[in-house]
Design a protein around this ligand. Structure first.
Ligand code: ADE
Length: 207
């Protein structure tokens, strides 16, 4: 079982993506253990402030150190990697998904607002990942993208046929075109080679 902790100020964002389809089944089958934590709960004081003005000026609020340090100190297990999601991180791809899928447990920190206190990165980040060269409002969507991509690499999450296919995709083969019934849909025809049952020919066509 792979354990994933997510630190976020917006736990509700994860409801849809993690409570449907394949991720939902992986959780139900005990392959994935996903825990969403609102780190506002770790902010001291009656108002649980998580952000404050930027030293040196400038508009926009900055995420404070204390709530995140508290959350990490309360939740992080020995050996668990803490990954920061930022547009400056190393670029996510299928190889990184495979790398992360080999871990026993991961923690994701979803930043928000204009930024977070630099000391969080210095003291806490084991890794920093970007899902692409564009700026999102927070790390929540990137965390969902990464969890989805690594979940489907975990043994037992996909059916065995799909998993075998996934192996070939991981080796860099391009996806081939798929067709299903009917063989003729409004005059749009399935390639003849796929209908004749010659598996050697079909393999060659797919390559
Ligand atoms: N946070 C904001 N934008 C991001 C991106 N592109 N990747 C990861 N985290 C982010």
């Amino acid at each position: 079982m792979m354990k994933i902790d997510i630190l976020t100020l917006f736990p509700g964002m994860f409801k849809g993506p993690f409570e449907e389809s394949i991720i939902k089944r992986a959780v139900e089958n005990g392959i994935l253990d996903i825990r969403i934590h609102n780190f506002r709960e770790f902010a001291p004081g009656r108002h649980h402030h998580v952000d404050d003005y930027s030293y040196g000026g400038g508009e926009g609020m900055v995420l404070k150190c204390e709530p995140v340090f508290n959350a990490v100190e309360a939740l992080k297990e020995p050996g668990q990697k803490l990954i920061f999601l930022t547009p400056q991180g190393r670029k996510f791809n299928q190889a990184v998904a495979g790398e992360l899928a080999a871990e026993k447990s991961l923690m994701f920190f979803c930043g928000h607002y204009e930024g977070f206190d630099e000391r969080l990165r210095e003291a806490l980040a084991d890794d920093e990942i970007s899902i692409g060269d564009y700026v999102l409002t927070g790390g929540e969507l990137p965390a969902m993208v990464i969890v989805d991509a690594l979940a489907r690499r975990l043994p037992g999450v996909l059916g065995s046929a799909a998993a075998a296919h996934e192996d070939s995709f991981s080796e860099g083969l391009l996806e081939y075109p798929h067709y299903t019934r009917p063989a003729d849909f409004r005059g749009l025809k399935v390639p003849e080679v796929l209908l004749n049952g010659n598996h050697a020919e079909i393999r060659r066509w797919r390559l």
